[in-house]
Ligand binder design. Sequence first.
Ligand code: SER
Length: 341
Amino acid sequence: MRTEKILVTGACGQIGTELVPALRAKYGPENVIASDRHLVTADLVKDGLYVKADVMNPVMLERVVNHSAITQIYHLAAVLSANGEQNPRQSWDLNMQSLLHVLEAARKRKHCRVFWPSSIAVFGKHCLPAFCAQHVPNQPATVYGISKAAGELWCQYYYDQYGLDVRSIRYPGLISHSAKAGGGTTDYAVDIFHQAIASGHYQCFLADNTLLPMLYMPDAVRAALELMDAPAADLSVRTSYNIWGLTFSPKELAGQIKQYLPGFNISYTPDFRQRIADSWPASINGHQSSKDWHWKYEFGLAEMAAEMLWHLGDEQLKKRVTAARAGLAGAPQPAGQEQWL
Ligand code: SER
């Protein structure tokens, strides 16, 4: 079996913050190079190899890939939906050019597999609002969505033309206790926990009943690892896979938080991000990923909310969450429960 040598771009971002430690645990810290364009002093750097590299510079990228004999690239660097609307041309350039540089570097290297996250942002308002299918005419409404939709086609193209083993997931909103929100429309579902704990109040930029697809980060990380491990012959989608996950509204999430923080209150002041959310489906149909590589998510809404509060809370809140969860006799045990007890 060959030793995998892995490069992660955008390693300090929302997904990279949790994916890099998971990759290091799986492949060994000596085989995983985290990279970002910033010089950082985070745990990411202390715990393993780190290269300051800008994916917009193809020469530098290819040098890292060749010098370290990279066999897998996780290309995570991107500007998300809400931030992307502030500077559309620059976001397009970063999202598209960096993907093309990575695809080229992997193609030239040969036998180098690529993972690239796409997004529910590829869908537009003409898609079915619930259980949006894998193959639909998409017409995205944001520059982020346009770049992801075009990127998916480039992935398919590199697979068809050059046999490049590129794999992708259309991630929904991702919720993490260790990674900062990344400038996305779904990121209210991260901020709300921080504000609830810090001030007991959250002013939400989406309307109370806005349903969006979401996933807890440990599930998102596992999805990437499982897709990358799947036998190539089993994969029927080379654009990007829909995956099953959660669907909830800000009001439903606030209800979960109130169970542990009864004084918490939320107000709703929708802004430009409402238009973006309204153009996305409330849920997506992940049938093909279940069929091809057996995808199942583990964390439901209640488990995710309890874990978030436990991780972000002080000792008192941790005890309250642990006691409440232990009192749920007969309820299914959430994954990661052992961490609380
Ligand atoms: N989390 C992303 C965003 O809101 C969607 O993939 O931009």
